[in-house]
Design a protein around this ligand. Structure first.
Ligand code: GDP
Length: 300
C-alpha cells in the first residue's frame, strides 16, 4: 500500500498514472480539505471531489475539476435569480454537494460521507479527507481576510497576498482512518501539489508529523525553476516566507522527506533529489512518472 497526500490538480495527475501501475485497492489518498466551502447551502470539497471523480472515471481532465460533460442549468438559473454563486458548479457535481451536505447535517463525519459517495461511484481506492472538522485557508489581503476560493476563483488570484492563514474553531486532527492508512503503507508520497494550500494543511493536522516519523516519505516538486507548473503556488510561497522553487518546497516539508523528486529541467539543485520527467501533460506521462515512483518504493 502507498498513501498519497493530495490537493486537486498536481497529485491527481500522478494518481491517474498510479491507478494503472499498482493495484487500485493498494492506493490510499489523504486529501486536503482546507479549501472546502459551503456554497448555495451545499458542501463543496474541491480536492476530495477531484480525487473521487478521477477514480470514478468521470473527472473533467481538461480543467481538473468537476464532472466531464456536466451541464450548468441550475448554476445559470441560480445566477439569474440573483444569487452570488461565484463558483460555476455543474449539475452532477452539485448533486454530490447536496448529498454530502445532507449527510453532514445529519451528523455524519466527512470521512464517512466520502466513503458513502465513493462506494456509490464504484471507487476502489481509499479516499480519506485529511480531517473531519472544518479548517479553512484564508488569504490576508488589503481588503481583509478572504476565503481561498474568494481569492482564487472570484478575484482570479489578481490580488496582493500579505499572508496565508488557516482558521478553525477546533484544531484539526488527523483521522483514525488516515493514521491506519499510513501505518499500513510501505511509503507515503507527497504529490506535486501546492505546498502552502494543499500539503501544509495536511501536514499540520495534529498527529500527522508523528505518523510520518518512521515512514519512507517521497515528495514530488510542483516547481520547475521559480515557477509552479500551474496555479498560484509561487505567490503563496513568497507570502509564507518560502522561496518559490523546489528548494523552498523541501524546506516547507523539512525533516519529513527521505527522497525528493525534481523535474529533469529544474535548474535548482536540491540534496537527496532524484530527477524524472514530472511534466504530466498526458496520461502516458503520468503513467511513466508513476512507474518511476513505484520503483523507488519497491527498491526501498
Ligand atoms: P489545487 O488543489 O487545484 O491547487 O491543486 P494541487 O495543490 O493538487 O496542485 C497544484 C500544483 O500542481 C501547482 O503548484 C502546480 O505547479 C502543480 N502541477 C500541476 N501539474 C503538474 C505536473 O504535470 N507536474 C508537476 N510536477 N506539478 C504539477
Amino acid at each position: 500500500m502507498i498513501t498519497f497526500f493530495s490537493g486537486g490538480t498536481g497529485t491527481p495527475k500522478l494518481l491517474r498514472g498510479m491507478q494503472k501501475v499498482m493495484d487500485r485497492h493498494e492506493i490510499s489518498v489523504i486529501v486536503n480539505t482546507a479549501e472546502d466551502i459551503w456554497i448555495s447551502g451545499n458542501h463543496l470539497s474541491p480536492d476530495v471531489d477531484t480525487v473521487m471523480y478521477l477514480f470514478a472515471g468521470i473527472l473533467n481532465t481538461d480543467t481538473w475539476w468537476g464532472v466531464r460533460n456536466d451541464t450548468f442549468t441550475t448554476h445559470n438559473e441560480i445566477t439569474r435569480l440573483g444569487i452570488d454563486e461565484f463558483i460555476a458548479i455543474g449539475d452532477m457535481d452539485r448533486a454530490v454537494h447536496v448529498a454530502r451536505a445532507d449527510m453532514m447535517r445529519n451528523g455524519m463525519r466527512l470521512t464517512n460521507a466520502t466513503k458513502v459517495l465513493c462506494d456509490r461511484f464504484g471507487v476502489r481506492e481509499n479516499v480519506l479527507p485529511m480531517t473531519d472538522t472544518e479548517v479553512t485557508t484564508q488569504i490576508e489581503t488589503d481588503i481583509g481576510l478572504i476565503h481561498f476560493q474568494e481569492y482564487w476563483i472570484r478575484a482570479k488570484g489578481k490580488i496582493e497576498i500579505r499572508n496565508v492563514v488557516r482558521s478553525f474553531t477546533e484544531p484539526p486532527v488527523v483521522t483514525e482512518e488516515g493514521l491506519a492508512a499510513i501505518e499500513a503503507s510501505d511509503a507515503v508520497v507527497i504529490g506535486p501539489s501546492n505546498p502552502i494550500t494543499s500539503i501544509l494543511p495536511i501536514l499540520s493536522c495534529e498527529g500527522m508529523k508523528n505518523a510520518l516519523k518512521d515512514k519512507f516519505v517521497i515528495a514530488v516538486s510542483p516547481f520547475i525553476g521559480n515557477e509552479p507548473i500551474s496555479g498560484p503556488a509561487g505567490a503563496l510561497m513568497k507570502a509564507s516566507g518560502f522561496e518559490p522553487s523546489s528548494a523552498g518546497t523541501i524546506k516547507c516539508y523539512e525533516g519529513l522527506v527521505d527522497l525528493f523528486v525534481q523535474d529533469i529541467r529544474d535548474p535548482v539543485e536540491v540534496s537527496k533529489a532524484v530527477r524524472f520527467d514530472t511534466l504530466m501533460t498526458d496520461e502516458d506521462k503520468s503513467i511513466a512518472l508513476a512507474r518511476e515512483i513505484f520503483r523507488q518504493v519497491q527498491a526501498h
